[in-house]
Design a protein around this ligand. Structure first.
Ligand code: ADP
Ligand code: MG
Ligand code: MG
Length: 660
């Protein structure tokens, strides 16, 4: 969940007064670190995954399922090993937004050896076991993107009721007690987003219209204690949700890469950006919200709307008076500009950025692309601030910079090195939905890590106009986008250069001549995910490219087998031979005897679905329509295996340094 600092949280009114202070010092902090670290060269790739888990209780006697609110208690146990052995723990545990969630990462990032891929699944399995050991009878950790009955009546254990008239979120459906109780940041974010916006967030998800679904689909929200405000906000034929918890209380799968220098980081950021909607569609796992089947397959739009703190002025509903900018995206959304010289001419959407901050950065010696990126992030206000953290030393601290940076939750994140660490420039890939089993999660992570290796080794170029990436994001939400969606994709991924005529149009960062735009328009075409992964015309496809890469590098047979199994899963999802998790959930619900073709996912359906998910996550059943038969990667002693791999890595580095 990014930056966590301890202290006393300020009210929104107090935070607002400090907004300019935070931005001003945030920029000074960025500038200081930038100059200190811009020439940093790390010789080695590091990377790591993040998996978010939900704590779920299955009441088998009553066929009821609840989210268990005990993250604090569980985390305390989970973090023990890290506290005792700060340099030797196989997993790292962090709090997440909800009191029913925890986030786990490997204890150390993985390195550049192919053999590291043998550890990913085993480490995920270990993490799952670690959580399981902290839970009670009939409680399980599920790597589930969205709990199907989140916000539908009582969905937590202990049973909590929402408080629509008071508290942090004032939701009709989501009790404040389901928000993380261990750190004030999460409550504060919830309240301040609502207060900054001037009202509750309003998340509208098109309902899936089945034969017996009420039509038009309109709920009487007064039954939940609504005073009329929510009823007014709710759109017909939509499932209406009204707080941050619906989005931030969803789980995801993220991967962070360290680049060897800042330029490689910027390049990776750009090359991975067009893949965000594609991987979002291929990992889609969340078609059910608040007990209703909906017409979306994944969480992205929900989470974007769930933290949308823009005022009516900023959203263009009223003339600008109090606010400074019209802003066309939520602070949780797709990226709006490329960062590398290669991406420059493809920045074809108007970028809202703070001109003063932009000038300040330019004056401070930062190039215009990076200045614009930071000045774009800095159009946002700090949304949670702690009194102890207001006064800072800009040459040592980065909290003010991180405050704004870490509450810009975009598809990609460009992360400067933390101060006083050995960590380099990193890029985070953030769109993917989490899968039910360790095998699947390992497969998605391995796929994207290998793809970065292929991009850098073969100098591949996936960049298309960023407006097309945004269009792809819209396609990616749709049911079965992985099967039938068509996505804009680069025709020739081997061209390194941008069209020569297009290079001068960059003053405004917009393509300013029709001719140049036409040239760029020639570079991409619509493809299905099957075509993107398996090839079309001259485009070889991502899977064959990765396979070629593997056959060209040093890789032992065991690792090759592991990796090929993962690629096989991804390939079969991409071809449609296997269901996405979203499709599988849809089929499960609609085939359930309790389903009345009215879009309602009842307690019984939810329970049976969760019980099935539990079995999948424990590898107890085969689900041939979702997962290929596979051998589970086991590693006897993970801490030992990690240590050995690190030794090998050091040896390899030593050899390279000695000219071998
Ligand atoms: P976030 O910004 O999402 O809070 P974290 O700092 O928790 O990110 O780390 C996310 C992932 O990055 C973890 O999997 C971790 O193992 C990995 N990681 C840590 N250090 C590095 C590094 N130097 N290079 C790449 N990945 C790293
Ligand atoms: Mg997280
Ligand atoms: Mg993250």
């Amino acid at each position: 969940m990014g930056l966590l600092t301890e202290g006393t949280a300020l009210s929104w009114e107090e935070t607002k007064k400090q907004a300019d202070h935070v931005r001003k010092h945030g920029i000074q902090q960025f500038l200081y670190q930038y100059h200190k670290l811009k020439d940093l060269c790390n010789e080695c790739l590091y990377w790591g995954d993040e998996v978010e888990y939900m704590l779920v209780k299955l009441d088998r006697a009553n066929k009821q399922c609840r989210l268990v609110l005990k993250a604090q208690q569980v985390l305390k146990k989970l973090q023990k090993r890290e506290q005792e052995f700060p340099n030797d723990h196989p997993s790292t545990w962090r709090p997440e937004y909800a009191e029913y969630m925890v986030e786990g990462t490997p204890g150390k990032p993985y390195g550049g050896l192919m053999a590291h891929f043998n550890l990913v699944e085993a480490n995920m399995k270990l993490r799952r076991e670690e959580i399981q050991n902290c839970l009670g009878a009939n409680e399980v950790p599920l790597s589930l993107t969205v709990f199907p009955r989140i916000g539908a009546g009582i969905f937590t254990e202990p049973a909590l009721k929402p408080t629509p008239q008071k508290g942090y979120s004032q939701s009709l459906f989501f009790p404040d007690g389901a928000i993380n109780q261990g750190h004030p940041r999460f409550h504060t974010l919830t309240r301040n987003i609502r207060e900054r916006r001037g009202k509750k967030v309003a998340i509208q998800i098109p309902v899936f219209k089945d034969e017996n679904t009420q039509s038009p689909f309109v709920e009487d929200l007064s039954q939940y204690g609504d005073d009329g405000t929510s009823q007014n906000a709710a759109l017909p034929d939509h499932v209406y949700l009204d707080c941050m918890g619906f989005g931030m209380g969803a789980s995801c799968l993220q991967v962070t890469f360290q680049a060897c220098n800042i330029n490689e980081g910027r390049e990776l950021y750009d090359q991975l950006a067009p893949l965000c909607p594609i991987l979002l569609a291929l990992s889609a796992a969340s078609p059910v919200y608040r007990g209703y089947l909906t017409d979306i397959d994944n969480r992205w739009t929900v989470i974007a709307q769930s933290v949308d703190d823009r005022t009516d002025e900023e959203r263009g509903l009223k003339p600008l008076k109090e606010n400074r900018f019209r802003i066309n995206k939520s602070r949780y959304d797709s990226i709006s500009s490329y960062l590398s010289p290669q991406g420059r001419c493809y920045n074809d959407i108007p970028l809202t950025y703070d001109k003063e901050i932009f000038e300040e950065l330019k004056k401070g010696g930062v190039d215009d692309l990076l200045s614009r990126h930071v000045a774009h992030l800095f159009i946002r206000d700090p949304i949670s601030l702690f009194s102890e953290k207001i006064q800072q030393n800009d040459e040592e601290d980065t909290d003010h910079f991180e405050n704004i940076q870490s509450t810009n939750w975009q598809t990609m994140r460009f992360k400067p090195p933390p101060p006083n660490s050995t960590i380099g420039w990193r890029v985070e890939f953030r769109p993917m939905e989490v899968q039910l089993s360790d095998f699947e999660n390992a497969a998605y992570v391995t796929f994207i890590v290998l793809l970065t290796r292929v991009i850098l080794s073969y100098r591949l170029n996936f960049i298309i106009p960023i407006s097309k990436v945004d269009e792809n994001m819209k396609t990616a939400f749709k049911p079965d986008a992985a099967l039938s969606g068509k996505f804009y994709f680069k025709k020739d991924v081997f061209t390194e250069s941008t069209p020569p005529e297009a290079t001068e149009c960059c003053e405004t960062m917009m393509c300013c001549s029709k001719k140049k735009c036409e040239k760029i328009d020639d570079e991409y075409t619509l493809m299905t995910i099957d075509e993107i992964f398996h090839g079309k015309a001259d485009f070889p496809g991502l899977i064959p490219l990765i396979k070629q890469y593997i056959s060209n590098i040093e890789c032992d047979v065991d690792t090759q087998c592991t990796v090929l199994q993962y690629l096989n899963l991804i390939s079969k999802r991409a071809s449609g031979e296997l269901n996405t998790t979203a499709r599988w959930i849809r089929n499960f619900v609609t085939a359930h005897p309790d389903y009345k073709k009215d879009s309602v996912v009842s307690e019984t359906i939810c329970f049976d679905l969760m019980e099935k998910c539990e079995k999948i996550s424990k590898n107890e059943i085969e689900v041939p329509e979702l997962i290929i038969p596979h051998t589970t990667k086991t590693v006897d002693n993970i801490p030992d295996a990690i240590r050995t791999l690190y030794k090998n890595l050091e040896k390899k580095k030593g050899q390279t340094a000695n000219g071998h």
